[in-house]
Design a protein around this ligand. Structure first.
Ligand SMILES: *Cc1c(COP(=O)(O)O)cnc(C)c1O
Length: 822
């Protein structure tokens, strides 16, 4: 991230109390903390942060090769390894980042608003920005950068030309807020909401609240809702008279007293009393959370002195904050990344990173509109854009708008410009885009969603939405259960439990899992051709695929001597040596694997055999999810330990051991050995701790048609759906060929429509089925959830008397997968 203020390295060393080895006057204006999101190398200072699993020090070589020459490190680095490099060594690199940012903050005297609370932080921040943007030059947190790392990076963006700063702050542990307060040093505060999220590290919601409000220690004013009694009491008790308390309430006397909330269509009209005067706003939303978020903003605007007219106008134009970037399949093997909601420079950096992450050999194209309201002059702004484009090796630019077109000379890649979106759509032949990853990014009034739909693969209306943010959340949850040294293999067999192939593997590679596992060689080949470099194990190596496995560097599970011998003959022919293999032991699943009596022969065969290298030995638990089988599970673990000791004693090198699947990781943490194998948990299902996980996949469709059908008529094949009253029947385009199991026919299965459950009527057909909408307010085109965030996969599994695994993996391949990140 870029700051217009330049620091010299000796100055920074002094600020953060570190020792500089290198050039004192080396100039820094950018900070980086993640080698993967490095944007510009020159004048960048890299902080080698250390987490439980990632150590920034491991990427110094990589960054050096990309041109970075200044680092903040914990361990002194051998200078001769990196000749022309500059290092500042400190005791704690995260602390150093925070101290530097806190120092930077002190240069500015314009108002700084800090937002915290359990929900709504990002939305309140973005809405404040949307409404205030015409009147102030604003610096704000990019996306949801609100953590111990995100806050210093956000604050570092402050520049002297700005007039207002808006930052969000989030915590997950006690004693974190003090740090964030010192960095942000807010002059005004907003407390959005006290919820139950992230409570695991706090005794109760009161202690969580007490930690959060430390953010407002020195604020001149604080906006909050006084309807929650705990919030009201604790804020009053915590803040001294220096802080002006600005409360709003629907029930009692407050700075802004709400006395009516009415709905007309999708609009909400709110009336309130402020300083003895009646005020009214209209919002283009009607849900409870949006109304609450909007009132926080309203009171803030009133306090900042915005006129009633400007407030009214601002609220009417309010746009939903889409925190999602969507990944969609385009025509001609293109992949589209849609990002229509953020058009500033700093979030362009983030989306370009996402483009890199998913490119995998596709040509990188950027469709970009004018970037509005940055406060920079055109030349300077587009010079920075051009620099970003070059650095990220974007190969083709489509620029839309007068400003970007006027700066066309700055762009060195293949580029073409249009004055507006309409001209582009009229002129363009979509076939010119082929095998490309296209980032479509425009300011809102350019309405780039029209470009996206023109380039999109014509969608079947039934889709599986895959929430990659939720997947990362789940990954991190399971990682938190592991010792720091334990390696992680993730099962991506069966199309990643139905959720996709390279899209998921890419994400896992990016998050540095140690191994991926597929069922058959073809799945592994697909991942390799898509550019996945993480080691891959094939659980079911078939004779005919051995050569392919060597070609694509796939490592087989070996479960019998005959497989071993067949594989050996293929290796011999190839001339390879020490080929990595994974031995499967059968400790009681009675599926594949060597049993105890075969070990001597196996060891004898492998010992001193030059063709193989045993990477790991593993086994699989038959009932790790159920308490009644715990003795059996323990006996499997014990057997495993004895057998693997025996094998490992015979080889001079390290052989990793692993036996735990998802529920094993949760329930038998002592048996982690050197590695574990995560499966269903990543995809959002847990036998023991469902509430720790986020739902990943949602199967959705839309209503094609609605009709009234008379009493005593029948719906669908075999006339099974007999109606006992006049009914409103909805037809939805999902059938058993999509994975909507026919056993769910005739009222067994239900779907969710506008928050209500609708039963299936009659037999499910191949490509569609019928549902009863008599008691539901719904129209054609409305969304239908088969399973998802609000209608759980577990519920559907129960209706079908099966397990979530089967439902996920039987969603047909013809159902389009749509990926998004929040
Ligand atoms: C599928 C599979 C797993 C993952 O099991 P989950 O219950 O989904 O975690 C682990 N190990 C092996 C050998 C598997 O086949």
């Amino acid at each position: 991230m870029n700051s217009s203020q330049t620091y010299q390295l000796n100055q920074i060393a002094q600020i953060i109390g570190g020792t500089l080895v290198g050039k004192a006057d080396f100039e820094i204006d950018r900070l980086s903390i993640d080698s993967r999101t490095l944007v510009l190398a020159s004048n960048t200072l890299f902080f080698a942060l250390e987490g439980d699993r990632h150590n920034g020090h491991d990427y110094i070589q990589d960054l050096y090769e990309k041109g970075v020459r200044a680092f903040v490190v914990r361990k002194p680095i051998e200078k001769d390894l990196f000749e022309d490099c500059n290092f500042i060594s400190v005791k704690d690199t995260l602390k150093a980042l925070q101290v530097l940012s806190s120092h930077h903050r002190k240069h500015f005297s314009y108002p700084v608003v800090a937002i915290t609370g359990s929900n709504g932080k990002t939305i309140v921040k973005e809405w404040l920005y949307q409404v205030l943007n015409p009147y102030f030059r604003i610096v704000r947190s990019p996306k949801s950068y609100n953590s111990q790392v995100g806050v210093p990076i956000s604050v570092w963006q402050m520049e002297k030309e700005d007039e207002l700063a808006i930052f969000e702050a989030g915590i997950s542990q006690s004693s974190e807020m003090g740090n964030l307060e010192e960095i942000i040093q807010p002059t005004g505060g907003i407390f959005t909401h006290l919820g139950t999220a992230h409570q695991e590290n706090f005794e109760d919601s009161r202690s969580l609240l007490l930690e959060k409000i430390k953010l407002f220690k020195s604020c001149d004013w604080l906006v909050y809702c006084s309807d929650n009694a705990i919030v009201d009491q604790e804020i009053a008790a915590y803040c001294d008279e220096k802080t002006e308390l600005l409360s709003w309430s629907k029930t009692k006397d407050a700075s802004l007293q709400i006395f009516s909330v009415g709905h007309v269509d999708r609009y909400t009209c709110i009336k309130a009393l402020y300083k003895g005067k009646e005020k009214t706003i209209r919002l283009p939303f009607s849900d409870v959370a949006s109304i609450e978020n909007a009132i926080h903003c309203w009171l803030t605007f009133l306090h900042l002195g915005l006129s009633d007219d400007n407030i009214r106008k601002g609220f009417l134009d309010l746009q939903p904050v889409a925190m999602r970037m969507e990944l969609k399949e385009g025509q001609n093997n293109c992949l589209l990344i849609n990002d229509f909601y953020n058009s500033d420079l700093s979030s362009l950096i983030i989306t370009l990173d996402m483009q890199n992450q998913y490119a995998q050999g596709r040509k990188k194209t950027l469709i970009l509109s004018d970037i509005l309201q940055t406060g920079l002059d055109k030349e300077n702004l587009y010079a920075q854009v051009a620099e970003l484009i070059e650095l990220n090796k974007v190969e083709k630019l489509v620029g839309i708008g007068d400003h970007i077109s006027s700066q066309s000379d700055l762009f060195k890649c293949e580029s073409i410009f249009y004055p507006n979106t309409e001209t582009f759509l009229k002129t363009i032949d979509t076939k010119v885009f082929k095998n490309e990853i296209i980032l479509i990014r425009g300011a809102r009034n350019f309405r780039f969603e029209r470009i996206s739909s023109a380039l999109q693969n014509k969608a079947h209306r039934t889709i599986l939405e895959v929430n990659l943010t939720a997947m990362v959340h789940n990954l991190n949850y399971f990682r938190s259960l592991l010792d720091t040294k334990t390696k992680l293999m993730v099962m991506v067999k069966a199309f990643s439990y139905g959720s996709g192939s390279s899209e998921i593997a890419n994400l896992l590679q990016y998050h540095r899992v140690d191994y991926l596992a597929v069922a058959i060689a073809d799945e592994g080949v697909e991942l390799r051709t898509e550019g996945i470099r993480t080691p891959i194990v094939v659980m079911n190596p078939e004779l005919h695929s051995f050569e392919t496995m060597l070609d694509y560097n796939l490592e087989p599970e070996i479960y019998s001597l005959s497989v071993l011998k067949n594989f050996e003959s293929v290796i011999k022919k190839s001339g390879l040596k020490n080929y990595p293999i994974h031995l499967k032991l059968d400790t009681g699943m009675y599926r594949m694997g060597f049993v105890g009596s075969e070990l001597d022969e196996l060891i004898g065969y492998l010992k001193d055999n030059p063709h193989f290298y045993i990477r790991s030995v593993f086994s699989h638990l038959a009932g790790s999810d159920e308490e009644i089988h715990d003795d059996y599970t323990q006996s499997q673990i014990n057997k495993f330990e004895v057998w693997t000791d025996k094998i490992r004693a015979e080889f001079p090198y390290q052989i990793d051991r692993h036996i735990l699947n998802t529920s094993g990781i949760e329930r038998f943490p002592k048996a982690q050995f050197e590695m574990v194998r995560l499966g269903i948990g990543l995809y959002g299902v847990s036998a023991t701790n469902q509430n720790k996980l986020m739902n990943v996949s949602s199967l959705k469709t839309t209503i094609s048609q609605i009709k009234w059908v008379d009493k005593d008529q029948t719906v669908g094949y075999s006339r099974k759906g007999k109606l006992n009253k006049k009914s409103r029947i909805g037809i939805i385009p999902i059938g058993y060929a999509d994975g909507f199991n026919r056993k769910l026919s005739n009222g067994v299965g239900h779907v969710l429509v506008n928050g209500k459950t609708a039963p299936v009527v009659g037999n499910i057909c191949m490509d569609m089925c019928m549902i009863d909408l008599t008691d539901i307010d719904a129209k054609e085109g409305d969304a239908v959830t088969i399973f998802g965030d609000d209608y759980s996969l577990n519920k559907m599994a129960e209706q079908l008397d099966t397990i979530p695994y089967e439902i996920l993996t039987t969603v047909s391949r013809r159902v389009k997968r749509i990926y998004f990140q929040e």
